[in-house]
Design a protein around this ligand. Structure first.
Ligand code: ZN
Length: 233
């Protein structure tokens, strides 16, 4: 019996760390939303890193032409709308005197989550607008990569949870191509605590195991398992 190739994306998303919502996919996009916004993109079971290890800067793709200024110095970036700072800005645009506002942007997102659950109109509208921005930007990314799964993680996803997921799903359904949606699973991350640190540790481990001199037989076994899987699927 062939041992399944260790797959970075699966391990990063749930592997030994998560207990529920197991994903068995090779093509995966993980969106992480907090002060910064990024995408982890796994293609055919391996993380896509790019030429200089900086792939996945989806947070700095343009969502709104001549839109909000972003901390990268440009305007209209996805991050300026769906990060904790972006969410605080949305609240301010709706009501500059809102009691949801706080100097700490993480706190604003947490307050929005609580207030939206109680039916506060500004908080509810903030979640709706965030879902619209997020869904439109995610649909472009999904059309590009056609993954089997889209996972939402980070502070914003942890706090806004199901209401954000549900509304974002509707926006994606309206904006992504039918073929993109056909095989797509969309869920909240099940990785607890600090997915960024877990991911970094996983890459270090993956690099170690991919050392061909030390682990040549392991690498050969992984290639053979992958080839066997390709033949049977
Ligand atoms: Zn930017």
């Amino acid at each position: 019996m062939a041992t399944k190739e260790p797959r970075a994306a699966r391990r990063v998303e749930e592997g030994p760390y998560g207990q529920v919502g197991r994903l068995e996919v090779d093509d995966l996009v993980v969106l992480t939303l907090r002060a910064g916004v990024g995408a982890g993109i796994a293609v055919d079971g391996a993380l896509y890193r790019g030429a200089t290890n900086s792939a996945g800067e989806w947070g700095h793709t343009c969502l709104v032409r001549e839109g909000r200024e972003c901390r990268c110095g440009r305007q209209g970036c996805v991050e300026a709308y769906v990060s904790t700072r972006g969410i605080a800005r949305t609240v301010r645009e709706l009501d500059a005197e809102s009691p949801l506002l706080d100097p700490d942007e993480d706190t604003v997102t947490a307050k929005v989550a609580r207030a939206a659950a109680e039916g506060d109109p500004v908080a509810t509208e903030t979640v709706t607008r965030t879902a619209r921005y997020l869904g439109e930007a995610a649909a472009d990314l999904l059309n590009l990569f056609n993954p089997q799964a889209l996972v939402l993680g980070g502070w914003v996803a942890d706090r806004l949870g199901e209401p954000l997921l549900r509304q974002t799903r509707d926006v994606i359904a309206a904006h992504a191509l039918p073929a993109t949606l056909q095989a797509l699973t969309f869920q909240l991350s099940t990785v607890p605590d600090n997915p960024v640190s877990l991911g970094a540790a996983t890459f270090a481990l993956e690099g170690f195991l991919d050392d061909r001199e030390t682990f040549g037989t392991v690498a050969a076994g992984r290639r053979a398992a992958k080839a066997a899987k390709a033949r049977t699927s």
